[in-house]
Design a protein around this ligand. Sequence first.
Ligand code: HEM
Ligand SMILES: *[C@@H]1O[C@H](CO)[C@@H](O)[C@H](O)[C@H]1NC(C)=O
Ligand SMILES: *[C@@H]1O[C@H](CO)[C@@H](O)[C@H](O)[C@H]1NC(C)=O
Ligand SMILES: *[C@@H]1O[C@H](CO)[C@@H](O)[C@H](O)[C@H]1NC(C)=O
Ligand SMILES: *[C@@H]1O[C@H](CO)[C@@H](O)[C@H](O)[C@H]1NC(C)=O
Length: 337
Amino acid sequence: MSPLFFLPFLLLLLLPIAVPAAQLRPGHYSETCPEAESIVRDIMKKALVKEPRSLASVMRFQFHDCFVNGCDGSMLLDDTPTMLGEKLSLSNINSLRSYEVVDEAKEALEKVCPGVVSCADIVIMAARDAVALTGGPDWEVKLGRLDSLSASQEASDNIMPSPRANASSLIDLFAKFNLSVKDLVALSGSHSIGQGRCFSIMFRLYNQSGTGRPDPAFEPKYREKLNRLCPLNVDQNVTGDLDATPLVFDNQYFKDLVSGRGFLNSDQTLYTYPQTRTYVKQFSSKQGEFFKAFVEGMIKMGDLQFDQPGEVRRNCRVVNHRPVNTLWNLGGMNPTF
Ligand code: HEM
Ligand SMILES: *[C@@H]1O[C@H](CO)[C@@H](O)[C@H](O)[C@H]1NC(C)=O
Ligand SMILES: *[C@@H]1O[C@H](CO)[C@@H](O)[C@H](O)[C@H]1NC(C)=O
Ligand SMILES: *[C@@H]1O[C@H](CO)[C@@H](O)[C@H](O)[C@H]1NC(C)=O
Ligand SMILES: *[C@@H]1O[C@H](CO)[C@@H](O)[C@H](O)[C@H]1NC(C)=O
């Protein structure tokens, strides 16, 4: 039979398999890769020892992944000559970091159960682990996501909020993802760990809303401290802590907002606006309420999925290749083209 006979089937195989959004469930890998969750947790423990901040950096991935075309690992894809990925988008460039921690988790998983655990699920597990390992709540995650076949810088640019955002625009943005005002405030509590750059607060320190003045919501001593960290001529990659206890996941972030010590405008605005202020006050006095709302928010955010074709990437930075030769060899055939 002529090899050409197989061509139509071959082309079918080459097409990414279009599937409806996968059913997410706890313990999705219990049969196919029972150690998946403990492998990811171990990598996160190592990251904590190596560079404590990297846990915050990895936790942030869940937000930047899930808001742009659903939780599909798209933000992990490197740019290619034909595709501008999300790594260089406005919110991500010179800002998202610690991609190598996800790479390490992927490598460890590929050794034990190759081709099984998606990068999108690694992000979800690692975000949960980052919170649990820094003193926050621990919870069961739903798994079974597939990795996207592409990424979109434009989508990221259009969706991800600016550090200048006010509470009313953040409420609107989160509502588009079916996330409530309470979810918004609780999820912002992720800024209980990690750091931000001077770049993200210069306008707030020196020219809030084009007034030539600092944001009046600053507590003066805190503003002076930030003025010293970020003088007008500073290298704007210099970083400052997002709350007073940047390595501990706790409700200090909300206490800081109540006392005018929020780092980003998007943080402090949650206390300025009446609609969000109620939750900030509540979470600042009751850590348990914060943890409960945070877990709910993370699970809801992790549920964001779009109907799109997917795969389990072998390397989180690139989509899998499907070269014709490989397929023939897999089928045990050895045609000569
Ligand atoms: C509500 C809207 C949000 C805005 C406007 C926002 C914005 C930012 C900005 C500007 C930074 C600092 C980036 C830099 O200066 O390089 C940052 C850091 C961070 N964000 Fe958000 N964020 C938001 C929500 C979230 C959510 C929902 C999460 C996760 C659930 C999250 C997790 C983090 C973490 C952990 C860091 C510190 C990262 C590190 O130390 O590397 N953020 N965010
Ligand atoms: C909040 O931000 C949005 C978008 O930048 C802007 O249109 C709106 O006027 C702001 N609201 C207030 C009350 O400042
Ligand atoms: C929000 O919920 C509505 C109604 O359940 C649903 O149709 C819509 O797809 C959801 N949007 C997102 C982004 O999940
Ligand atoms: C402050 O911002 C306004 C509006 O964006 C701009 O016109 C003005 O030049 C800025 N002032 C300084 C000192 O940067
Ligand atoms: C931060 O560093 C990067 C790379 O080192 C550089 O390209 C960028 O311009 C710097 N950003 C700022 C705001 O100074």
